[in-house]
Design a protein around this ligand. Structure first.
Ligand code: SF4
Length: 376
């Protein structure tokens, strides 16, 4: 039997079945948009009491793992172009659930076309889209598949269904070398009739931006913590090229690591770890951000993610010991599948010194979740 689309006239019953975590988004919009969101995001037949936004295959709800009450700004999309990531950062939170090696999504082009057609069919109101939160859209697979380029072309074709388009990458040299910049510039322009065109014109906020992750200043630190990602120099060169082409860039000095000496006098070397970010490194990174004219920098303290199907690697196991030592006599906080420093310790020893540098340099800094929810 063919499943029926949700209708506007019984929306109150449907909204009552939306999982309480997601319901505030539905409750914040009028019934016609509730029906559009329900038709795009919710499964038609589900035996569970509550409905979650699991329906789209590629243009997915961002982000099912985050606390949804923080998404008061409404629905937003994430397109994870690939599954897994070649960069192999030791601190990657996606290692908790991703495969060991990056792979393409089967029928990716067909699936994204279908999701885009559904956005049109159900007349879904525009929302921000992020590529990608658990893979790098410009990892080497992109050179052979062109899936990220195809996704961006689809977004451009359906530009009125999206507000800000954000790309997050550690490999910004790839789009510079392979001539993606014209596509980036085209995505920055909202077409006439776009429902938010006036908002962007009045606020002067960019409708397209590239977030580049560059947490280290010295190459040896990069090689120790994100060993297979592009070099620090390559990322710096690419950021300069993006800015020269007038592409808005956000610099993610993220994550932030503990520094020696730590509160109890120990050093990272005591735990067999190289220094990740000295204060001088952070000063150099923030000065580079200022020199390039990035929109702002983004930060968050490193989380130690416990992979689902394997043990912690040596680097993160050592970092967990650092966290235990810094937190003593209490324990690191276990939350959402990862260990974190107790907030007051993270603030005092990791975050505040970084914010002081940003303030002195005149660079705006945003905590990662704030950066996400404030992207319109
Ligand atoms: S680039 Fe991002 S997704 Fe890829 S391994 Fe590093 S942190 Fe994970």
């Amino acid at each position: 039997m063919k499943s029926q689309d949700f209708r506007t006239d019984n929306m109150s019953q449907i909204v009552a079945r939306v999982h309480p975590d997601y319901r505030p988004v539905w409750e914040s919009v009028p019934p016609c948009n509730q029906a559009a969101l329900a038709n795009f995001f919710l499964p038609r037949s589900s035996g569970t009491d509550f409905l979650c936004p699991t329906r789209p295959k590629v243009v997915k709800w961002y982000c099912p793992f985050a606390a949804q009450r923080q998404f008061g700004s409404g629905h937003r999309y994430c397109i994870n172009v690939f599954v897994g990531c070649a960069h192999g950062c030791h601190y990657c939170y996606a290692v908790g659930y991703g495969p060991d090696r990056p792979v393409c999504k089967q029928d990716f082009r067909k699936l994204i076309e279908r999701d885009m057609a559904d956005l049109e069919r159900f007349d879904v109101p525009p929302a921000p889209v992020h590529l990608s939160n658990s893979t790098d859209p410009f990892q080497p697979l992109e050179v052979v598949t062109g899936h990220t380029r195809y996704a961006l072309e689809q977004i451009l074709t359906h530009r009125h269904r999206f507000t800000t388009v954000t790309i997050l990458t550690k490999n910004p040299l790839l789009p510079v070398q392979y001539k993606y910049l014209d596509l980036f510039s085209a995505l920055a322009v909202l077409p006439n009739g776009h429902p938010r065109k006036r908002f962007y014109s009045e606020t002067k906020l960019p409708a397209f931006q590239v977030e580049v992750s560059l947490a280290f200043w010295r190459e040896e630190a990069g090689r120790a913590y994100d060993p297979m990602a592009p070099s620090v120099q390559e990322r710096k060169d690419a950021i300069l090229a993006l800015r020269k082409a007038d592409i808005p860039v956000v610099l993610r000095i993220d994550p932030l690591f503990p520094r020696s000496p730590m509160p109890n006098g120990t050093t990272l070397a005591h735990f067999g770890l190289p220094e990740a970010q000295t204060l001088e490194d952070l000063q150099s990174l923030v000065a580079f951000a200022a020199q390039c004219g990035v929109r702002h920098v983004v930060y968050s303290p490193v989380k130690i993610v416990q992979p689902r199907r394997r043990r912690l690697g040596a680097t993160m196991a050592a970092l967990r010991s650092v966290y235990q030592s810094m937190s003593a006599p209490i324990k690191p906080v276990w939350h959402g599948g990862s260990w974190r420093l107790p907030p007051e310790i993270a603030n005092q020893h990791i975050i505040q010194p970084f914010l002081d540098i940003c303030q002195k340099t005149g660079v705006k800094a945003k905590f990662c979740m704030t950066n996400l929810v404030e992207t319109p």
